[in-house]
Design a protein around this ligand. Structure first.
Ligand SMILES: O=C(O)C1=C[C@@H](OP(=O)(O)O)[C@@H](O)[C@H](O)C1
Ligand SMILES: C=C(OP(=O)(O)O)C(=O)O
Length: 441
């Protein structure tokens, strides 16, 4: 058993839910938790990060920061961090688990050390994701780098001075964010030029927002192709409050939109830089009844939904949750400009298609798009593969809730990467699950 009362590794049996009804508070944001914890460690002095996420990715960041010499204490729902400033310990091996953003942000900061090694115990997931664009930029800045053809394990050593540097932003925004965290602590700062067709602008703005919250000066062009961060600055320790999480909440909103019942979901700021906030507009455009009162959204579910065609790059981490709505909508939905989904915990285009087709849906793909034709009936009664991907597990769960017979999702414990309370939250709304222990990783 794990601390959350669920087996350490499990498949989940998802039972059809006649309705979903109740009130929930959105979990803390993954992207702000990782950013605030890192910025707190890069400050000198003590920072209280109020209301941190309890996911594996948050745990990975806390563990790596402690291994680098930060003081890390959990006090209730908060993390109190005593920072190492510009001096993470040298000669340390860090294991960021399966957390892409954590791994990449820390690789950028590793240029402050005279040697850090990165390994992962997820060779088939994070171990396969590309790191070369970041490593190339760090090498251009003068860091020494060794890697397994641009993948983990990776060793990096500085010091670097800073100055102008190019970084490709067409496969992930996390490489540029990594350099942005590093920049203020370098003597020469960084004058970043983001090259290629820049993807995931929203997380870049979350990084700028985090720097500002810690008193770091930065300036960026409107399209974010130039980001200048003067050197010789300090991160200012203090107190920051983690907002609610839109990517995980998008799954609850889509669940509520595709079943009868009413969900009230609080702790979701209206003005927020998380791109997945757009999931609310997408669901509304599909015909869902969603109203807002302050930070609380109310979904009145069970209305007929219709297909949409949307550029998904603004809300990458909600595309799978919204695919559950697409699977319930009349017509054919296409998510365009989502090539980067292929480079996540699994190939979120091809692998998603495979699982949707197993459930009887018709789908198609191009290199950078995913198309799903909705269906009124999902028969269920099958086993589907979670692909070790929390967002795939969310999508498949939503399909199970409206299937006619239960479905089994393999490796459902990977939900803990970003949303450990996901099944518990749905149970609170009336859903029923069975947790079947498994030995599979
Ligand atoms: O900066 C971040 O915290 C993130 C950026 C996004 O990745 P990409 O920039 O690779 O799309 C997002 O998918 C990921 O979950 C978190
Ligand atoms: C892709 C994700 O995370 P990361 O890139 O940080 O592993 C995600 O949360 O969906």
């Amino acid at each position: 058993m794990s601390a959350d009362g669920l087996p350490e590794r499990f498949d989940v049996m998802v039972y059809p839910a006649a309705e979903l009804r109740g009130e929930l508070r959105a979990q803390p944001s993954k992207n702000y938790t990782t950013r605030y914890l890192l910025a707190a460690a890069l400050a000198e002095g003590e920072t209280r990060v109020v209301g941190v996420a309890t996911s594996e990715d948050a745990g990975a960041m806390l563990r790596c920061l402690a291994d680098w010499g930060a003081g890390v204490e959990l006090v209730g729902d908060d993390a109190v961090i005593r920072g190492f400033g510009a001096h993470p310990a040298a000669g340390v091996t860090l294991n960021p688990g399966n957390a892409g953003a954590v791994a990449r942000f820390l690789m950028g900061v590793a240029a402050l050390t005279t040697g850090t090694t990165f390994v992962t115990d997820y060779p088939n997931s994070l171990g396969k994701r590309p790191q070369g664009d970041l490593l190339d930029a760090l090498e251009r800045l003068g860091a020494r780098v060794s890697s397994d053809a641009g993948k983990l394990p990776i060793s990096l050593s500085g010091p670097v001075r800073g100055g102008p540097v190019e970084v490709s932003a067409e496969r992930s925004s996390q490489y540029a964010s990594a350099l942005m965290f590093l920049a203020p602590l370098l003597p020469g700062g960084l004058d970043l030029r983001l090259t290629g067709d820049i993807k995931s602008h929203a997380p870049l703005r979350q990084t700028l927002d985090t720097l500002a919250a810690f008193g770091v000066q930065a300036s960026a062009s409107d399209a974010l192709s130039r980001i200048s961060i003067p050197g010789g600055q300090r991160y200012r320790a203090g107190r920051v409050l983690v907002p609610g999480d839109y990517p995980g909440s998008a799954a609850l909103l889509a669940a509520a939109a595709t079943r009868p019942g009413v969900l009230r979901l609080s702790n979701l700021r209206e003005h927020d830089l998380q791109g997945e906030r757009e999931a609310v507009d997408v669901l509304r455009q599909m015909g869902a009844d969603i109203t807002r009162e302050g930070d609380t959204l109310t979904v009145r579910g069970g209305l007929p939904l219709t297909a949409v065609t949307r550029d998904g790059d603004g809300f990458t981490d909600a595309v799978q949750a919204l695919s559950a709505a697409a699977a319930a909508a009349s017509g054919t939905t296409t998510w365009e400009n989502v090539y980067t989904l292929r480079l996540k915990e699994c190939d979120r285009i091809s692998d998603t298609r495979a699982e949707l087709e197993r459930l009887g849906l018709s789908t198609s793909e191009t290199e950078d798009s995913l198309t799903i034709t909705g269906t009124e009936r999902v028969a269920g009664g099958v086993t589907v593969n979670g692909h070790g991907d929390h967002r795939m597990i969310m999508l498949l769960t939503l399909l199970g809730l409206r299937a006619e017979a239960p479905i089994r999702i393999t490796g459902a414990h990977h939900i803990r990467k970003s949303y450990p309370q996901f099944f518990r939250h749905l149970e609170a709304l009336g859903a029923k699950f069975e947790y079947l222990p498994t030995d599979a990783h």
